[in-house]
Write a new protein. Structure first.
Length: 230
């Protein structure tokens, strides 16, 4: 392998864990590039909200606002909109899209001056392995975050890859076993994210009725496969 500083080194295996816009994916398997799923998002942390001690998501028309307590009054906030809603929004004006949400959203937005903006993207490459290169985490299978499984899937990748390498004498066999053990689980997560995005994008009256009548059942169904052992 040749590095950007001109140095070279030899390795038995290269692990591409460099995220949704992975350089390793481009070099090893030829892409594809990350694909936008039609949402734009902002993330920030607000301080001084001890009354928020659990996670909550509020849904509007083409908009969502999630809060997760981090403890001691710190709150992680995630907001997103359908990309079509962004046509005339510039800079901090995005906060105007959420000012009609119920409290505490308007107060939380006052702490969003340094919010991190990013489009929501997914990755579905034709292969996770090529020769002695393997992709893990978002480099292999980035998804819409509505299942909240990005970090979990990356950690599972690492555990399964380590186990496959430890129990096989041949690197190629280990990589084949890694893909075999991960493929169904990752496909499940990506399928559920698509299903949840479709549900969330229903007309508000239909969406609210669906979630009110079947929300708990949908929630358990979405995560059913993930309760099985690796």
């Amino acid at each position: 392998m040749r590095f950007s500083d001109g140095s070279t080194a030899a390795y038995d295996l290269v692990v591409g864990a460099d995220g949704v816009h992975s350089t390793i994916r481009d070099l090893a398997v030829g892409g594809p590039p990350a694909r936008a799923v039609g949402q734009a998002s902002w993330r920030f942390v607000a301080e001084g909200f001890p009354e928020i001690d659990h996670w909550t998501v509020m849904l509007g028309r083409g908009r969502a606002f999630l809060t997760v307590s981090l403890g001691e009054g710190s709150v992680y906030c995630y907001a997103d909109v359908n990309s079509s809603e962004m046509a005339d929004v510039r800079g901090d004006e995005w906060r105007e899209l959420f000012v009609d949400f119920a409290d505490p959203v308007p107060r939380l937005l006052q702490h969003a001056g340094d919010a991190y903006f990013a489009p929501i993207e997914e990755v579905v490459p034709p292969a996770w392995t090529a020769r002695r290169v393997v992709l893990v985490g978002d480099a292999a299978h980035a998804s819409s975050p509505n299942m909240a499984q990005g970090a979990a899937m990356a950690l599972e990748d690492a555990l399964v890859l380590a186990d496959a390498l430890a129990t096989s004498q041949d690197t190629y066999e280990a990589l084949t076993e890694y893909r075999r053990r991960r493929a169904a689980r990752i496909a499940w997560v990506q399928a559920q994210t698509h299903r949840r995005d479709r549900t969330r994008s229903l007309p508000p009256i239909l969406r609210n009725l669906t979630l009110r009548l079947a929300g708990e059942r949908i929630y358990h169904s979405n995560y059913r496969l993930l309760r099985d052992p690796l």
